[in-house]
Write a protein that binds this ligand. Structure first.
Ligand SMILES: Cc1cc2nc3c(=O)[nH]c(=O)nc-3n(C[C@H](O)[C@H](O)[C@H](O)COP(=O)(O)OP(=O)(O)OC[C@H]3O[C@@H](n4cnc5c(N)ncnc54)[C@H](O)[C@@H]3O)c2cc1C
Length: 138
């Protein structure tokens, strides 16, 4: 995420870099191969006429990579862009922005790592806690 202008109201550039990490691509490729193995095994194989998408002709590493890059869905739930934590984090554990008087961040952006469950409930918890800090001056 990059600030692209000195104008505070201009929208930052967000480049999530999808599939730039080789490990992410490998997860997709392994997933496709696993599903193919699964459907080729009995008794499931008896129920399958043919693979329709992407189709069995898409089999080489290069073709599968093209397929993944061209079709992998994105499910963007933004979180953690302004994490709370130790001195290297922009936000302290009381949700105060370090170095800026009277400013807190109270939303999903302070999560230091991805929660394993739904983010909405965790965001509400951050909000409840933040409201307490504001009301009681922590
Ligand atoms: C498609 C989708 C489905 C989801 N499904 C689930 C689910 O089933 N379960 C679950 O737990 N979580 C789900 N989530 C995640 C959950 O909605 C978010 O984690 C949560 O809403 C994050 O809260 P937030 O307050 O950080 O951000 P947001 O809810 O995005 O709130 C940010 C607020 O800031 C406002 N805002 C933005 N810029 C400015 C500005 N410059 N000035 C003033 N106001 C501004 C916006 O209008 C918005 O009201 C889903 C998210 C998405 C996108």
């Amino acid at each position: 995420m990059r600030i692209v202008s000195k104008d505070p109201f201009s929208i930052p550039e967000i480049q999530p870099g999808y599939l730039t990490a080789v490990a992410d691509l490998e997860v997709f490729l392994a997933g496709i191969r696993f599903v193919r193995r699964l459907f080729a095994a009995q008794p499931l194989a008896n129920c399958i006429e043919t693979e329709t998408w992407p189709g069995s002709q898409v089999a080489s590493e290069a073709d599968l990579t093209d397929f993944v890059r061209g079709t992998a869905p994105r499910s963007s739930i933004q979180w953690g862009s302004c994490r709370m934590g130790d001195e290297r984090a922009p936000v302290d554990p009381q949700l105060r922005v370090r170095g800026v008087e009277g400013l807190r961040v109270i939303d999903a952006s302070v999560m230091p790592s991805m929660v394993s469950g739904n983010t909405y409930a965790a965001t509400m918890m951050v909000a409840e806690r933040g409201a307490d800090f504001v009301l009681h001056g922590a």
